[in-house]
Design a protein around this ligand. Structure first.
Ligand code: NAP
Ligand code: MG
Length: 487
């Protein structure tokens, strides 16, 4: 049994600081683009700063790739595709992927620090989740590279060619791995566009690709802003666009590639329902709710941002949840004890603040963690809204921050109806002791992923993706290969 006096005592006593060293990041002051196997001279490009959102200090400046730079990257990728990568036996491609995976492991500590500095996420998460999962994706797809004939896509399935890959700021390195590993395993070459606020781990990955001896031009990394992404989408030499980000930009991209021969996969937003039945084990449920919404500051497309709790246990669940929220340690992302880090950018902080005001305006009850926030940097205290109605905007729109909306239900039918009452369909969670009930509910949920008695579990062998306005196409697993094969 948990001694409540002890846990509240720990909260009162606090923890001594346990910071990881920022010096491990070994960042260069200025970066060029990773083009054709080399880093270009930073002086050749307009530079912009990447900030540490926890301190607002500049970590490094990076190149803003122009349309001409994107053109050079696509040309390098095409040449590498034609001359080396598409003709190389799968077993040889696999060797490079295994090497990349092992080098990510070797440089794991450095990568975790870079990711935490650039993104604001707690080092505990970048160290234990982002970086190991990135390595796992390369290991997993390395295993497929020589088995494509047996993957169920016919004999000798063909790669698509040059893939343009646009990734968001919430899991910068992991999203790069999700995009690059299956594309390379299938024999495609890549032009990767990291997000404007989190370009640094992709550039370290560029160094790793060099270390791995990856043939030049197979992967090219073009840092920049929305205009760089748009230039990649428009480029006639690109055969496939893979995008993860907002539904708004996803829609724009879909319009731009319409009536071209480009293939497209979109991984967009979500408003995941985490459904708690009265028979669920409550200690686990509380941790699952916390993980579902406060992992990565809630900057998670599949976050469990709508809690649906059965009415009979709602009071108890909410009471215990709020007590747990107060215990979350918010602050220095480099501290190994930190649970909730910084919001990634001033823009995202403004969005989270505004959307939370909608909750108050529409009459929901706001609870804000009693934590103290640092005075510099971008911070938002963990927040829970109760008395939320389905019509409230905080129950419908993706906030993409540490903000939970709590709704209740009485019957399984009502739980399913409320969970499905969303324009999105990325992920849901179901908490119950009864396997038959969990399966009954899972079969009726319109979502790409359903977790049972857990939340936010990721595995390279398991396909991930959405339905409806959460997008289409799958990443991970055998299904993730299909997005990069001409099938
Ligand atoms: P976003 O604008 O969709 O950005 C995602 C990526 O697309 C970034 O690399 C971005 O570049 C690029 N991009 C932006 N405009 C583009 C265009 N017109 N053509 C091609 N590429 C373009 O998302 P965001 O601004 O980072 O976040 C906004 C909202 O999106 C969040 O509040 C959240 O709701 C949602 N979101 C969802 C996910 C997810 O995993 N599903 C991830 C992130 C955000 P720049 O960064 O350089 O602008
Ligand atoms: Mg940054």
């Amino acid at each position: 049994m948990i001694d409540t006096a002890l846990t509240s005592g720990l909260g009162a006593l606090g923890y001594d600081p346990a910071p990881e060293s920022a010096a491990l990041a070994r960042l260069r002051p200025r970066y060029g683009l990773f083009l054709n196997g080399e880093f270009t001279d930073p002086a050749r490009h307009e530079q912009f700063a990447s900030l540490n959102p926890a301190t607002e200090e500049t970590l490094a400046t990076v190149a803003r790739a122009s349309a001409a730079d994107v053109d050079a990257a696509v040309a390098a990728a095409r040449h590498a595709y034609d001359t080396v990568w598409s003709t190389m036996p799968g077993a040889e491609r696999a060797k490079y992927l295994f090497r990349i995976a092992r080098l990510i492991q070797e440089r794991a500590r450095e990568l975790a620090v870079v990711e935490t500095l650039d993104n604001g996420k707690p080092i505990r998460e970048s160290r234990d989740i982002d970086v190991p999962l990135a390595a796992a994706h390369f290991f997993y797809y390395a295993g497929w590279a020589d088995k494509l004939d047996y993957a169920g896509f016919g004999v000798r399935p063909r790669p698509l060619g040059v893939a343009g890959q646009i990734i968001p700021w919430n899991f910068p390195l992991l999203m790069a791995a999700w995009k690059l590993a299956p594309a390379l395993a299938a024999g495609n070459t890549c032009v990767l566009k990291p997000a404007e606020t989190t370009p640094l781990s992709a550039l370290v990955l560029g160094e790793i690709l060099q270390q791995a001896g990856l043939p030049e031009g197979v992967v090219n990394i073009v840092t920049g802003d929305a205009s760089t992404g748009a230039a990649l989408v428009e480029h006639p030499g690109v055969d496939k666009i893979a995008f993860t980000g907002s539904t708004e930009v996803g829609r724009l991209i879909q319009e731009r590639v319409a009536a071209t021969s480009k293939k497209l996969t979109l991984e967009l937003g979500g408003k995941g329902a985490n459904i708690v039945f009265e028979d669920a084990p409550i200690d686990e449920v509380i941790e699952g709710i916390i993980d579902g919404i406060f992992f990565n500051q809630g900057h998670v497309c599949c976050a469990g941002s709508r809690l649906l709790v059965q009415e009979s246990v709602a009071d108890e669940v909410v009471r215990r949840l709020l007590r747990r929220v107060d215990q979350l340690r918010v602050g220095d992302p480099l501290d190994k004890n930190t649970d909730v880090g910084a919001i990634n950018s001033a823009g995202q902080l403004a969005r989270v603040r505004e959307m939370s005001r909608w909750g108050e305006d529409e009459g929901a009850t706001r609870y804000t963690s009693a934590c103290e926030l640092p005075t510099t940097g971008y911070w938002f205290a963990p927040t829970v809204f109760t008395n939320v109605a389905q019509s409230h905007r905080i129950a419908r729109e993706e906030i993409f921050g540490p903000v939970l909306s709590v709704l209740t239900f009485r019957t399984p039918d009502e739980a399913v109806a409320k969970a499905n009452n969303s324009k999105y369909g990325l992920a849901c969670g179901v908490w119950s002791e009864k396997g038959s009930r969990t399966l009954w509910v899972a079969q009726r949920l319109r979502a790409g992923v359903v977790w049972a008695n857990t939340y936010n579990k990721f595995d390279p062998t398991s396909p991930f993706g959405g339905v409806r306005e959460s997008g289409f196409g799958r990443e991970g697993g055998r299904q993730g290969l299909e997005a990069y094969l001409d099938v």
